[in-house]
Design a protein around this ligand. Sequence first.
Ligand code: GDL
Length: 457
Amino acid sequence: MTRREPTNFLSGVIEGFYGQPWTPSERLELFDWMTRWGLNTYLYAPKDDLKHRAAWREPYSPSEAESLGQLIQACRIHQISFFYGLSPGLDIHYSNGEELDHLKRRFEQLRKLGCAHFSLFFDDIPDRLETEDIARWGSLASAQCHVANTLFRWTREQHPEARFLFCPTAYCGRMMESKLGGENYLATIGRELLEEIDVFWTGPEIVSREITVAHVQMMRAIFRRKPLIWDNLHANDYDGHRFFCGPYSGRPQELRGEVSGLLCNPNTEFPLNYVPLRTLAEFVHFRGAWDARAAYVAAMREWFPFFETVGRQITLEDLISFGDCYYLPYEEGSEGKTLLRSAQALLATHPSKWSGEATLLRAQTARLREVCARLSDLRRRPLFYALSRRLWELREEMDLLERYLAFKSQHPNQDIPGTSDFHLPGTYRGGIVAQLQRLLVQQPDGTFAPAHAGAGR
Ligand code: GDL
């Protein structure tokens, strides 16, 4: 790490996912990491803290407030800016003045606990206005700007240095194209939102594989300010089978000069976020040519000591192979990719034509299965609990593949169907969700088709 970015560049973490919020001790560990790595911002906005969103008018109880106060103090000690986010959009009545009083009361409670910086969220809400709101404000964008500008002025009266962030209802390119929020929604936000307020943007998609300079410059012109990146690259709340420990990537280094900050909303399971946040921090400060894979390997090396097990230890190479199976949303890591391709190629070939590849693949699957088994004995139990569902699933698939390859290798010329006494219908890949997932098959172009071709297409 060489030079630090100017302090008005926000870099860090949004606790902004669906699912179980992090615990106070996980957040303290996060702050230690952030201070060590030079990340300066933490935004508290867990979607399923009821008082952040569903019950946004309700103040925190004394014990909840005490716990938040401790969090704010911890940030101060670590020299991290603490932001509190509130998400009133599900049911706010924009033209009712009492709603602004509710918002102020909620912010005031946090202000008394030491919070200076705030954020208002209007993501994932109905994009319709009630009749009175239409009569008063004309558009959703104007109504939201009125609320945000009023609250921003109020917070600046309390703290002249306060920063204020705004998450629009259309927060990615795809939503803009589909005109979410109404005609000219984002242009109105750009025009009417006070210029000191930062506007969140997740890139071309909610989870963007790439965010280019050209894309961000286009948004800058619309917002009339640099966008603040809300990065969902490592968020996994939308797919319970996965997590992402791949490197921060798909963003050019020049992006840093075009945005007002880079904030990452990562995996719901806190212990799985070491590599995502380590590589984000590295990216923020890096000078030279960014090599995402090298950053991944370096971060994995640092994370490796967390993987001490009871009994026989796994190696760094084992950890990298495992991490390559849970890399990034659009991309497996190189070893995961190779394993998958070899299996696809082999299973597309008649067993009578298999040669050394089957033996090699069996050895690879056996190794990965064994790594998963070893990881069950991690000494850090919270890390194991965060991983356990995925370890189990990967182990099951490796086991089945290995058994299938062994069976077919023994009977290469007989077309006997493969079976496994350990993978029986009902208990294996069972349940209504698994069955529903098999009904509509996503095609390579993204469209869906019924599994049984012809029916209802
Ligand atoms: C979203 C939500 C976010 C969620 C993420 C990934 C934003 C602004 N909002 O749309 O809370 O974690 O997707 O599922 O990104």
